[in-house]
Every structure is written in structure tokens, then in C-alpha cells.
Write a new protein. Structure first.
Length: 645
């Protein structure tokens, strides 16, 4: 039986601070923004289709560690291994991963929306289904499925009526046969291994396996729809072995956690502030490793070499490398988890004339003399520097707000140390805020707030420097990765040193600002209600509220080729949702043209040829782009800005 409804505590985490203040809340998300963004960008689907296969071979392995650089990693199961896209590939919600990356089964569908009970089969929600296996002569017996699972982790704990199941496909009966399941009700912060022998009667060329989860939440109640009942899967193997006890011997050295920002205080700063970056630059690159060699003796230490590389993706050149040829190495015991603080300066630098930067850090390990898995030995992180300061990674795991009838006027302030002194201030032009989409955005859109900026009074907000005359409402149409709602200040403000930026809210409704639990800046967050003076919610769940102050003009500046021809090129319609047409100078009429489309970060998102003076841009995400035309002779024409709606 499906429960009528989980208690409100399942959907809302209410954590009081040391000085008891009711009303501050974290709520589970009503939509998965990462999935929605990936579907709109369409790049992941194209990537998968280019490598997809209908069949796979034994031995099979996936630990979800090779799905691309953060924060833009592929959130869908790879189609060369899996036949559906319901599981969410991530590194945010699990604790103590066996290796970096997990597959999460939850209460969201493949589009990032909550399931309705009417759409599920007796409460079953997500599935993770393998492709068909092609079996060799030696694969006809002693096949085992091995995997690790975790209930809840950092996310929502499955309830007692929830379950995780494993099924094998029977070609004879054309049906799925359940072989294992576990009930929820217990929150787990570590992973547990399961080894299942595949029934001999099911070992045919139609062999497949799948994971599925039962969700007990009644998601047809619009006010309570949210992500819940999370099961995390890691290190999945299907292999043949005559000694099943050896399945516990992973014999692997793996990277367990994502790379941190190259900055010690935040995740991004305005690119125009790069000249002061030395003040907050991280001088080490922490990497967490796990060794798992249970058959080795303790005295058989394992030497692990680490290499760190930084790239400027716009200039397409390496900025620094350390640790090459064993320059950084430590020994670990056969079963150990350690974090190494390797000294590494990325040596990022500002490029004259550019207003944004795009970089990548890559870390990989080498273990000599040991035959181990290589896919989880490398991890990458991409970093973007535009016009704002940020503490978050652009992806919300929860929603933050203060609500309650007795709270009265509510103020939320985030502290930022601006890398400009009073002798050289900069202009605060706007504030970016991530507002999470809700199931009922109509009710959400009725919440009004003002943008505020405060002076620094020691460690707390002081005198009010700016309060908007206008009231604003949450804009959830822009709440995607790197597409926060941008709210312009009515009067630009010269600021320096330390300021507080946030909102003032008259209503007591939950405003649902994005909250990132993978980057902790809680010490910079201050709250105020009619009942309390400014206070820091120090015992709150560690994380970062997703509010970003923006400096300078929001100009479109990307690293496109310098024009060689200065003849004018125009385009229409602008904005456009599909076909983009060019009005060209006479010498280009009826000639084949090479067209490159750049996004606001300087990346080429569309590269095509045309001989009819037009190009289809319907596949692009909503936003601002630059179109650059080049002739077959290699002559570039000036870039033209357009908007994709």
C-alpha cells in the first residue's frame, strides 16, 4: 500500500540555529534543474547517440566516474552501457562514494519532474537497465552481479515502505524476474556491497539486469511534490568467477570526491578582478583517495603518484603542471582513505581584452606495478570567471527560505570580500539569484522582495547602503546552471572591501532560493527577522546560498577570431527561435560560408557550413550568442550578436 503522504519532515529539513530561531528551512527540490538544463542543451544526447550500442560484453563495469568534467558532467546513464535514462548520475547526494560519481534512483523522472502515483506501477519509479549482453562460451555459468548501494546519504532517506530491487530478464518468459530487494527506513552514510549469482536458467544472449526503486510518496499532491526516496548505486560489475568470495576484493585505487575550487574563499570572482587573485588563491589541490586491496598484507604499502594540470580553455594552452613523473607521491596501506593536500598553483592569468575566463583542472593518479581499474583515476573540474563573486557551484540540492506567521519582515544577507580597496572601488551593477522552480510556480510568483546591500559592521551586516525601490518576484524561468535570474540595481553602487548582499522580504512565504550543499560558506550567511537581530545560522546544514553580486557591464565579450574583412554583416530575425538568416556584402552572395556560433563563455556551440545564407539554431539553449562568418579563403568577418529565445 502506498502511504497517503509522508510527513512534512520528509520534504522539509528544519534545522534551528544555536540561538533558537524558528522558520529557517531547507526544502527538497520540486524539479531537478541539472536534468532540465542537460535536456535543453541537447549536447549529452548527441554525445550518447554517437557512441551508443545495443549490446555489451562481459565483464561489465561502471562506477560512473567517467561522465565528463564538473560542473557540466553528463547526468544521464551512458547509452553504450545502459538502455534508459531514468537514473541521475551525480556526485552531490551520496556520502563516502566508493569512487567518484554515483547513479541515483529517486522520485524524479527522466525529465527531472516528480513522478505522479498515477504514472507509476505500484509505486515503482526509476529504473537503471543494462543493454543486452553478448555471451561467450566461458560466460555460461558462475556469473555474478556485484554492486554497492546507499540509502539517503546526503539526500532524502527512503521510508520503510520504499525499496530497491534487482531483476534479471528471462527471455523464455519475456519477463523480469526479481532476484533481490531491500527495504528502506534506515539512513546510510556509507555504502554496502551486494553480490548476486545470476540464475543459470537466465544466462542467455538476452541476458539483462536492472535496478528499480519503489517510492511511497504520494506525488499527486501538488503542494508536497519533491525529490525523495534516494538510493545511490556505485561500482557495478557483472563478471564470471568461480570464487565469489573474491568479489569483495576490488583491488583498486580510486578518487572518491570532486576537486575543490582553485580559490580558497569562493568558487568564482569577476574576471576583471584577476589582478588581485593572489589574495584568495588556493595553494594546494586536495584529492581524496581510497585503496581497497584486502588480500595484501599491511606491510605491502602502495605508492601512489599524483599529477595536477591546469588549462586555459579559451587560449587552448596549459598554464601549469606539477607532479609529472612521480614528483608527488605517497604510500598508502592496502585498505585506507586519505586526503592529500598537494601544493599546486594553477597560474591562471587574465587575458587582456577579455571579460571572461574559462579554465580546467585535471588530476590523475598512477599506481605502478598494480593491475587496477583506470577509469576512476582521473577527475576534472571546469571553472568559469565572468562578472560575479560566487560561493556555489551553480547547482542547487535544496531550497532555502524563512517562513512562518511570526517572522514578520525577513532579511537574508551574504557576506562578500571584494578584491578592490577603497582607493580603487568597483561598480556593483546587479545581483544574480538562483530561484528553484516549484510545482506551483503561480503561488511562488506572488512572493515579493527587495534587493539590498549593507556595509560591513565587524562580522555582521551594518548600515544599509542600498535598497531597491521596486519589488521583485522570483524568476524561475532562468533558474538553470549558470543562468541565474539577474536583477539590475536601479542605481549602480561603488563598493570595495567587504559588503553584504541579499534580499528583504515582507511576506512570510517560503521564497525557495537555491542552496548548494557541496560548497560550504555558511559562516558568511546572516539572517534577520522581526523577532531577532542579525544572526548566523551556525548549526544549519553546511552549504552556500546561491546569491551572487555582479560587477561592471553585462557585455557580450568572447574570444572570437579577429576580423580580417570589415564589411558589414547583419542577421535576422533577432531574437530567433529557429532559422537565422544573414544579410551579406556582395562578395559573399551565393558562396559557401563557414559559420561558428560562440556562447557567452567563449565556447563554440555550433560549427557548420552553409551556402544559402542561413543556419538553424533551434538546438541552442536560450541565451546570447555571437555568430562569426569565414570564407573558404580564411577571411573572417566581424562577429554579430544575436539572442536565441
Amino acid at each position: 500500500m502506498l502511504k497517503a503522504l509522508k510527513t512534512i519532515l520528509t520534504l522539509t529539513i528544519i534545522i534551528s540555529c544555536n540561538t533558537f530561531v524558528s522558520g529557517q528551512e531547507l526544502r527538497a527540490l520540486a524539479k531537478n534543474h541539472v536534468i532540465g538544463e542537460a535536456l535543453e542543451m541537447k549536447q549529452y544526447e548527441k554525445q550518447q547517440m554517437s557512441v551508443g550500442h545495443d549490446t555489451i560484453h562481459i565483464p561489465f563495469f561502471d562506477d560512473f566516474s567517467d561522465y565528463g568534467p564538473l560542473p557540466l558532467a553528463n547526468p544521464f546513464p551512458r547509452s553504450d552501457r545502459w538502455s534508459d535514462k531514468y537514473a541521475f548520475i551525480n556526485s552531490e547526494y551520496a556520502d563516502s562514494m566508493i569512487s567518484f560519481g554515483v547513479a541515483t534512483l529517486d522520485a524524479f523522472d527522466q525529465f527531472g519532474n516528480p513522478y505522479s502515483v498515477k504514472e507509476t506501477n505500484k509505486g515503482y519509479s526509476d529504473t537503471l537497465t543494462s543493454n543486452y549482453f553478448v555471451l561467450g562460451e566461458s560466460d555460461t555459468n558462475n556469473l555474478y552481479l556485484s554492486f554497492f548501494y546507499q540509502a539517503g546519504g546526503k539526500g532524502d532517506k527512503p521510508e520503510k515502505d520504499d525499496s530497491l530491487c534487482v531483476d534479471f530478464f528471462s527471455a523464455k518468459g519475456n519477463l523480469w524476474v526479481n532476484s533481490w530487494q531491500i527495504e528502506g527506513g534506515t539512513e546510510m552514510h556509507s555504502f554496502k556491497q551486494v553480490n548476486i549469482k545470476v540464475p543459470d536458467t537466465l544466462i542467455t544472449d538476452s541476458l539483462r539486469f536492472r535496478f528499480r526503486n519503489r517510492t511511497s510518496i504520494k506525488n499527486d499532491n501538488e503542494d508536497k511534490q519533491s525529490n525523495a526516496d534516494q538510493w545511490h548505486l556505485d561500482y557495478i560489475q557483472l563478471l564470471r568467477t568461480g570464487q565469489p568470495d573474491t568479489l569483495a576484493n576490488l583491488n583498486d585505487v580510486a578518487i572518491m570526491s570532486p576537486l575543490l575550487s582553485s580559490l580558497s574563499e569562493c568558487t568564482s570572482i569577476p574576471y576583471r578582478h584577476f589582478s588581485m587573485i593572489s589574495e584568495i588563491k588556493r595553494r594546494n589541490n586536495p584529492v581524496m583517495l581510497r585503496t581497497f586491496f584486502p588480500q595484501r598484507y599491511d606491510e605491502d604499502m602502495i605508492r601512489i603518484e599524483r599529477t595536477h594540470i591546469a588549462f586555459d580553455l579559451i587560449k587552448n594552452e596549459q598554464t601549469n603542471m606539477v607532479g609529472e613523473d612521480g614528483g608527488i607521491a605517497n604510500e598508502m596501506s592496502p585498505i585506507e582513505t586519505s586526503v592529500f593536500q598537494d601544493i599546486f598553483d594553477t597560474r591562471y592569468s587574465e587575458t587582456a581584452g577579455n571579460k571572461s575566463g574559462k579554465f580546467e583542472i585535471k588530476t590523475f593518479i598512477n599506481v605502478s606495478g598494480i593491475n587496477q581499474r583506470m577509469v576512476n583515476d582521473t577527475i576534472r573540474r571546469r571553472e568559469f570567471f565572468s562578472d560575479y563573486y560566487a560561493y556555489d557551484d551553480g547547482s542547487a540540492e535544496f531550497g532555502f527560505g524563512i517562513s512562518g506567521e511570526k517572522q514578520g519582515q525577513v532579511s537574508v544577507a551574504n557576506r562578500f570580500r571584494i578584491l578592490r580597496k577603497s582607493s580603487n572601488p568597483d561598480t556593483l551593477k546587479a545581483v544574480y539569484i538562483m530561484f528553484n522552480q516549484t510545482t506551483n510556480d503561480t503561488a511562488h510568483s506572488e512572493i515579493e522582495f527587495k534587493i539590498c546591500v549593507w556595509k560591513n559592521n565587524g562580522i555582521k551586516p551594518g548600515e544599509l547602503l542600498y535598497e531597491s525601490d521596486s519589488n521583485y518576484i522570483p524568476d524561475t524561468t532562468q533558474s538553470k546552471i549558470n543562468q541565474f535570474a539577474r536583477i539590475e540595481l536601479e542605481t549602480p553602487l561603488l563598493v570595495s572591501d567587504t559588503i553584504f548582499v541579499g534580499i528583504k522580504q515582507e511576506s512570510t512565504d517560503f521564497i525557495n532560493i537555491g542552496y548548494d550543499i557541496n560548497n560550504n560558506s555558511l559562516s558568511n550567511l546572516y539572517l534577520k527577522t522581526s523577532l531577532n537581530n542579525w544572526y548566523s545560522p551556525s548549526s544549519f546544514l553546511k552549504g552556500s546560498i546561491m546569491i551572487r553580486p555582479a560587477f561592471g557591464e553585462q557585455d557580450m565579450t568572447v574570444a572570437v577570431p579577429e576580423p580580417i574583412k570589415m564589411a558589414e554583416v547583419s542577421l535576422y530575425p533577432n531574437p530567433t527561435s529557429g532559422q537565422l538568416h544573414f544579410t551579406l556584402p556582395g562578395e559573399l552572395e551565393n558562396k559557401q560560408l563557414h559559420i561558428k556560433i560562440y556562447d557567452i563563455l567563449g565556447s563554440v556551440v555550433l560549427d557548420s557550413f552553409t551556402d544559402n545564407n542561413s543556419i538553424d539554431v533551434s538546438s541552442l539553449n536560450t541565451g546570447i550568442y555571437m555568430a562569426v562568418l569565414c570564407t573558404q579563403d580564411g577571411l573572417y568577418y566581424p562577429a554579430v550578436k544575436f539572442i536565441k529565445k
